[in-house]
Design a protein around this ligand. Structure first.
Ligand code: SF4
Length: 254
């Protein structure tokens, strides 16, 4: 892993998903094979493979403290194109310090991760008036997880983290996105640990090689994804959990 410390010019960016997004890192050591953020390389000039580098924006908390004084309050997404609790966060604590800045000003936050390291900051999270913490969990099978998300926390750790956060009264959600093989095993494991669930299909081709090499191409077919989304939706609704299937909503909205 190539790690560089850099000075960022700005940190609180406009987002199309929420009002703002904060990315304390460039790159992501979780190295998910399907990662949509791999497109970032086009803008950052990195030659290394996605997942093999991370730039540390060491001035992120100070920048954020200055920028929120000049901007209107809005919901902040942490993070959009990196995992805020990837391995480097253990040492650099940039996400934690950015959260402390947001907390001081009580800006609403949506945090999204695949790492149980988020539990380190549970005391900070618990002091927000408006926060939700989401875990992406794409399959219930560790073998599949290791193929597609080699650097992220094991599934059991993510579910445990959701359980701990939820039991502390922090709003939680799971994103089954992208739907990977054996996601149906999550139906029995998430109830009681999340307030809502988002489901989406894979929208990018970065993982094509992994599907091919592992003879999993069937799991990219439309029929499979639609059927699986329906199975997940029905299972979670039966358990009383609100569910949104993003790709179907998009199709319906066309
Ligand atoms: S955790 Fe998110 S940002 Fe990081 S590699 Fe995986 S999909 Fe990409």
């Amino acid at each position: 892993m190539i790690v560089r410390e850099i000075l960022a010019k700005s940190i609180l960016s406009k987002s199309q998903v929420y009002d703002y997004v904060v990315n304390p890192y460039v790159g992501c050591s979780h190295s998910c094979r399907y990662c949509y953020a791999a497109f970032m390389k086009r803008f950052t000039g990195h030659r290394e493979k996605w997942g093999e580098f991370v730039d540390i924006k060491i001035n992120a908390p100070e920048l954020l403290a200055g920028e929120i004084r000049k901007k209107r309050v809005g919901r902040v997404w942490v993070s959009g194109v990196c995992d805020p609790y990837q391995a480097a966060e253990k040492k650099y604590r940039l996400t934690r310090r950015c959260l402390e800045v947001l907390l001081e000003n009580q800006w609403p936050v949506t945090l999204q991760t695949k790492s149980s390291l988020v539990l380190r900051d549970i005391e900070v999270l618990g002091r927000f008036n408006d926060i939700e913490v989401g875990f992406s969990i794409t399959t219930a099978d560790e073998k599949i997880r290791k193929l597609f998300e080699p650097g992220a926390s094991p599934i059991e750790e993510r579910i445990h983290a959701l359980d701990v956060l939820h039991s502390r009264g922090i709003r939680t959600f799971a994103m089954i996105a992208p739907i990977l093989p054996k996601s149906e095993g999550l139906i029995g494991r998430l109830p009681g640990k999340v307030d809502h669930i988002l489901i989406d299909r894979l929208n990018y081709s970065y993982a094509n090689r992994i599907y091919k090499e592992n003879k999993l191409e069937w799991a990219r077919e439309d029929d499979y994804l639609v059927e699986k989304a329906e199975e997940l939706r029905a299972g979670f609704r039966k358990a009383g959990i609100p569910v949104q299937v993003v790709f179907q909503q998009m199709q319906e909205g066309r």
